[in-house]
Design a protein around this ligand. Structure first.
Ligand SMILES: [Zn+2]
Ligand SMILES: [Zn+2]
Length: 160
């Protein structure tokens, strides 16, 4: 749920007004995505609402949003930092090797303390799954989705 806060101040400071609008557009782009976004992805989304937006402005606002605790950084090894809304609870991530998007994974195997060597204490864990997202499945993997009267009969599927 998105709360719209209306600032009823007179617009005597247009510079402030504009930067507030940019900041809001960037924060809402991340919130609406529901997954971690890279700065370029943030720019693409936020530009739908604030057309005159540049990457430098996105970086500046991402930094201030992190500083004020509204968003947090998602760091995967060897990847550009991505940003997600803060305080979303314990979750993990899935990175698609085809489109490079990162998605949330809400399931957790739970207590992993048993994996650590004897005598070690586990305080936290991070799990990243890698593979292909639903939009990037190769078309040759079995049945065809476009069943518009092609060669219907005699389709043989591979079953393992
Ligand atoms: Zn993908
Ligand atoms: Zn977990």
């Amino acid at each position: 749920m998105i709360m719209h806060t209306q600032y009823q101040q007179p617009c005597h400071n247009l510079g402030m007004e504009r930067s507030t609008r940019q900041n809001t557009a960037i924060r809402e782009a991340i919130a609406a995505a529901g997954r971690p976004l890279s700065p370029v992805e943030v720019l693409d989304e936020a530009r739908r609402h604030v057309a005159a937006l540049g990457l430098a402005t996105v970086y500046r606002n991402l930094k201030s949003l992190v500083d004020e605790g509204a968003i947090q950084v998602v760091t995967l090894p060897g990847e550009v930092p991505r940003y997600e809304i803060a305080h979303r609870g314990h979750h993990h991530h899935f990175r698609c090797d085809a489109c490079q998007k990162v998605f949330d994974v809400h399931q957790c195997p739970g207590d992993l303390a048993g994996l650590a060597p004897a005598g070690f204490t586990v305080d936290r864990h991070e799990i990243t799954l890698y593979g292909r997202c639903s939009a990037c499945q190769p078309p040759a993997s079995g049945r065809k989705k476009t069943a518009s009267g092609g060669r219907g009969a005699g389709s043989h599927e591979h079953s393992h």
